[in-house]
Design a protein around this ligand. Structure first.
Ligand code: PLP
Length: 414
């Protein structure tokens, strides 16, 4: 009997070893990992640069609290601001995506106090979007636009409202005197791999300017090269200048680290005592993240992400598979849209979860996104050969889904 709190419905897979894009289970079976710890292992498993950076730093200084100066934090913050965000601002280091978003939400509250409503009462409301996911803290689930994460946790922190994604009219109508910020994922990951349109992002930015609202990008899943440009919103509307950005996942390549950036306009509102964390930005975490971000730049992995995306799209389009309706996403965060009407999914199972379970049987862990979308998250340095192998597994799995009655030409080939 397990002594682990049963908060996860886990797939029947136990991984004990990884190298690059490959992982092995406890009986030595090998798998191609297109989950990457849910968009975390940006360089694949146990890459030498990361292992070396962690080992060297661990042997030197693992932890040093934020009461003192930490040179690795300075170096990482400088890299993030000057080479990646390229807008004036400041960084706070956390341990996870939810914490990073909590930091943004707290910063919005400060701004609402500094720039209150006409009657002098603080602005406080944060608008977010349906199908969004912003983390599992109380503020995170309040900001998240999915009911399933909130069940049984009321009363939730107030001051959040959710609107249809990509609907500028609904957003325009929703802005109220108490509204102070808008938070969005430029590409929704957990909610089904849904892209913000350029018109929507630009419209949101316009509304923020007009109503003096803060524009926050949740780049926890999409940031630092997963979707191409290290700032995923720049893949959609490059000229935008957000007021805050949150990250985690890929920035540590598997070592837990998160962060948020605030523009110089609001950074001064988060002075000494306003926010903190014991572990965030430890020398070890920052050394790991520095190694990952430098490797992404040195090996020009952004180029690999872009060319592999094109290759995946071309390959899937060439299948002309009757179950595949579209490929959504950017870079190496891609979701396969499925015609679920044509699929015979076992009673009570969600199509995306059923397909993820089938893919595991064929040695390809790939996580579900939303109820109907399987998601591809290979490492940013995944090779064409690995991607071809994985796509062939997907094609065979789709083709042989029990009850589909679908057989496409050439699908019997191994
Ligand atoms: N924001 C987004 C967009 C995410 O995808 C996630 C996790 O999936 C989070 C926030 C929460 O991150 P964490 O699980 O590190 O708290």
């Amino acid at each position: 009997m397990s002594h682990i709190l049963p908060t996860y419905g886990r797939f029947p897979l136990t991984l004990v070893k990884g190298e690059g894009t490959r992982v092995w289970d406890e009986v030595g079976k090998s798998y191609l990992d297109f989950c990457s710890g849910i968009a975390v292992c940006a360089l694949g498993h146990s890459p030498k640069v990361l292992v070396d950076a962690i080992s060297t730093q661990a042997a030197t200084l693992i932890h040093c609290c934020n009461l003192y100066h930490i040179p690795q934090q300075e170096e990482l913050a400088t890299l993030i601001v000057e080479k990646h965000v390229k807008l004036p601002g400041k960084v706070f280091f956390s341990n996870s995506g939810a914490e990073s978003n909590d930091g943004l939400i707290k910063s919005a509250r400060r701004y609402g106090h500094a720039k209150p409503q006409a009657d002098g009462s603080p602005r406080y409301e944060v608008l977010s979007f349906n199908q969004s996911f912003h983390g599992r803290t109380l503020a995170g689930i309040s900001a998240t636009g999915q009911d399933k994460v909130k069940e049984g946790f009321s009363p939730l922190p107030t001051g959040f409202r959710h609107l249809p994604f990509n609907d500028l009219d609904a957003l325009t109508a929703a802005i109220a005197p108490e509204t102070v910020a808008i938070i969005l994922e430029p590409i929704q990951g957990e909610g089904g791999v849904n892209l913000a349109t350029p018109e929507f992002l630009r419209g949101v930015a316009e509304l923020c300017k007009k109503h003096d609202l803060l524009l926050f990008m949740d780049e926890v899943q999409v940031g630092f090269g997963r979707c191409g440009d290290p700032m995923a919103w720049r893949e959609i509307a490059p000229e935008l200048e957000p007021d805050g950005i949150s990250w985690a996942k890929g920035m540590g390549g598997g070592f837990p680290i998160g962060s948020f950036w605030l523009s110089d306009r609001i950074a001064p509102l988060m002075g000494p005592g306003s926010h903190g964390t014991t572990y965030g930005g430890s020398p070890l975490a920052c050394a790991a993240s520095l190694a990952v971000l430098k490797e992404i730049a040195d090996k020009n992995l952004i180029e690999n992400v872009r060319s592999q995306e094109a290759h995946i799209r071309e390959t899937i389009a060439a299948w002309n598979h009757p179950l595949v309706t579209e490929v959504r996403g950017k870079g190496l965060l891609l979701g396969i849209g499925l015609d679920i009407e044509k699929m015979n999914i076992p009673e009570g199972k969600l199509p995306s979860i059923h397909l993820s379970a089938e893919l595991i049987k064929s040695a390809l862990p790939a996580p579900p996104a939303g109820p109907a979308t399987p998601r591809f998250l290979p490492p940013l340095n995944g090779t064409t050969e690995e991607i071809d192998q994985a796509l062939e597994i997907v094609r065979r799995t789709l083709d042989q889904l029990p009850g589909t009655g679908v057989r496409i030409q050439g699908s019997e080939r191994q």
